[in-house]
Design a protein around this ligand. Sequence first.
Ligand code: EPZ
Length: 430
Amino acid sequence: MEQYAMKGGVPLVGEVEIGGAKNAALAILAAAIMTDETVVVENVPDVRDTNVLMKAMESVGATVVKTDRHTVKINGYQIDNLVIDDEHIKKIRASYYLLGALLGKYKHAEVPLPGGCNLGTRAIDQHLKGFRALGADVRVEHGFVIAEANKLKGNHIFMDKVSVGATINVMMAAVMAEGKTVIENAAKEPHVVDLANFLNSMGANIKGAGTDVIRINGVNRLHKTEYAIIPDQIEAGTYMMAAAITKGDIMVKNVIPKHLECISAKLIEIGCEIEESDDAVRVVASKRLNNTQVKTLPYPGFPTDMQPQMTVTLGLSSGISIVTESIFDNRFKYVDELARMGADVKVEGNTAIISGVNKYTGASVSAPDLRAGAALVLAGLAAEGLTVIDDIKYIERGYEDFPEKLKHLGAHMEKVESDKDLRKFEMKIG
Ligand code: EPZ
């Protein structure tokens, strides 16, 4: 069983390069099949979720060729099947982006109901509402969402709640619909903007992405493009938090500082020093961190995908901190694992009350989901002694070369495949 093993207590120091944004890549890779011409996508992160999605695209006939680790050539012309039934696709959330892409291009799509991290109920009612508003007949049968339309017609759609996935999916379904579509109460995340820019580079006509009103004029067809994905805001934030929790000094390179503003502001609030340049952010933490209050919100608010990493960092700060999760209804499952490392966190509904402790001690813990798994790695890097993390497949869904990048920053960490490997690691670190 693959595990991460680490011995904490070492301040992380040095430079780390951030890869392409997973949540932009998943939308852009799906949208790439909307033209019959060849699309080249650069800066695609080499993580499980993107690789599973590309396999599913190939399974319906798309040509998907990696010309290097992070560059993919895609051509949707050969697609001959609109039923996505790849066994792996059910495991990832972003499978539903193929609904919007196939419906938008072929006016028909059959895709399994999405899987993904268990963060509570993860409804897709807003996606279906958007597709129906564009004229599609949408039904759920045998665990599949089936969407079809003779034609798609633009409409004025009010999202009942801000949803990244629904905003992205409806945008894809609308780009080749007849007439104008307006999406109100749209998500404003950087990856929504990245998808809009990608589609516009293919000849779409989308305005207002990044605001809460997106206006789309349908076009007849989309054409080839070459496009590079933006850096990953959450990967960057995770390494920024790694500097804070280990009292280190990390230069996080290849980022868009504007996308990190809320994270930087919170780190300054708890006592870190932040230096920003055009494409890098340096985080220095030299003393015990202060407590604070955090509430997760849609962008540009504090990202829910940084909530676990913030909570484990505040678990070592002085005083009482409060973290409120306003996006998902069950995103504190990792707190039980953190308690095994000595954290003092009480969860009441969607609020965590954190009493800062002086130290964490290493323990065996399991990653309950992607970002919580990354947060437990951060806790292990700060803890005294050995930490072993199970279920790292969740973490590898969204972090490329996580152990390698952390070791480059001075972490005593290995990915172990057996008890023998673990014993070797224990002997090595003493
Ligand atoms: C995307 O999930 C991301 N995943 C998530 O990142 C991220 O946490 C989330 O956006 C919020 O930023 C991908 O992009 C693949 P939502 P998504 O639709 O689209 C409810 C990670 O760690 N909702 O914005 O599923 C929903 O239940 C992952 O990379 C409805 O009720 O998020 C949730 O409570 C984890 N009806 C809230 O809205 C709907 O139709 C926000 O969900 C859609 C959503």
